[in-house]
Write a protein that binds this ligand. Structure first.
Ligand code: 5GP
Length: 231
């Protein structure tokens, strides 16, 4: 049997357009104008995995990314700059920030306190920038629980032997600190399944890790259904 002929639209009537829900239009406008909802992005990596080198590479990619400066009670390493690598604070100042509820989360790592101050994050998100937090796995889990849309990325060395080698290269290595960091690394690697993405930082291939991180961030900016973070 022949199929019924479909009606021929008259040239003067435009074809009916399906109603587009406001939510869909909002998504489209945000992406079309280059203003996706800013996100929290966590980058966790065992100490010595090359996180700072990779982040330095990421800065060259013009991603309009705010890299949070966190505070710590651990002593400054000779190469580190206060206010750039960390805000180095004493225990009393750290406790005061925590008491005022101005730390997004805080954790102890290898005997020292670390925490993410909230105010610079609020300012970055208000500017429309994604905020990247370089934090270890306990802190990451707390942030993810509070803000489930946080993008979780783990940067790993190819193996523990490589990590040991990189930590020893730092110069003036305190053996107790080295042992603590290697033990912490084993615990951290166990948390890999809690992360959305795993990037391996191979020796002498930092650019490949930077490429992967860049692609992840750009892809996440195309994600739909993201709600704003309120700190
Ligand atoms: P390091 O002493 O080697 O600079 O850092 C030790 C670990 O603490 C790293 O895994 C680093 O990502 C993590 N870390 C740095 N700042 C924070 C923070 O504010 N909160 C948490 N939870 N971890 C942090």
């Amino acid at each position: 049997m022949a199929a019924p002929a479909s009606p021929t639209p008259s040239p003067s009537t435009p074809p009916p357009t399906p109603a587009i829900p406001e939510k869909a239009l909002q998504e489209l406008r945000a992406k079309a104008t280059g203003q996706p909802v800013p996100r929290l992005i966590i980058l966790s990596a065992p100490s010595g995995a090359g996180k700072d080198t990779v982040l330095q590479g990421l800065r060259g990619r013009n991603l309009a990314l705010h890299v949070a400066v966190t505070c710590t009670t651990r002593p400054r390493r000779p190469v580190e700059v206060d206010g750039v690598d960390y805000l180095f604070v004493d225990r009393a100042a750290f406790d005061e920030l925590r008491r005022r509820g101005e730390l997004l989360e805080d954790a102890e790592y290898a005997g020292h306190c670390y925490g993410v101050p909230k105010q610079p994050l609020r300012e970055a998100l208000a500017r429309g920038e994604d905020a990247l937090l370089k934090i270890e796995v306990q802190g990451a889990a707390i942030v993810k629980e509070q803000f489930p849309q946080t993008v979780m990325i783990f940067l790993a060395p190819p193996d523990l032997a490589e990590l040991d080698r990189r930590l020893r290269q730092r110069g003036r290595v305190d053996p107790t600190d080295l042992r603590r960091r290697l033990e912490a690394a084993e615990r951290e690697l166990a948390a890999i399944p809690q992360y959305d993405y795993l990037v391996v930082n191979h020796f002498n291939r930092v650019d490949a890790a930077v490429d992967q991180l860049t692609h992840i961030i750009l892809a996440e900016r195309c994600r739909t259904g993201v709600s704003p973070v309120r700190l």
